[in-house]
Design a protein around this ligand. Structure first.
Ligand code: SF4
Length: 82
């Protein structure tokens, strides 16, 4: 089942997941600032689950908010222009 899930992901999705987890493990001030802005929106969202995942995309949000390439699936937050 997990193998099928991974096979159905495209390169863009895998790149976003990698980016988020990389930035979670190796934080930078710029990414942390944007992650704080994003997670503050998520924690007020009805789709934010107790296990810190999103009910729509299924992503673990502490990692996803640190993916500079990712967006909220219902556009509550988007990629911030520099
Ligand atoms: S990513 Fe969007 S839909 Fe998911 S919990 Fe965050 S704000 Fe809600």
């Amino acid at each position: 089942m997990e193998e099928l899930f991974i096979n159905n992901m495209n390169t863009k999705q895998l790149s976003e997941i990698y980016d988020g987890w990389k930035n979670l493990v190796f934080p930078s001030p710029e990414v942390e600032l944007e992650a704080k802005r994003r997670i503050e929106i998520c924690v007020t969202c009805e789709k934010f689950r107790k296990n810190k995942s999103c009910a729509i995309c299924g992503c673990y949000m502490p990692a996803k908010v640190r993916s500079t390439k990712s967006v909220c699936p219902i556009e509550k937050w988007v990629i911030k222009a520099c």
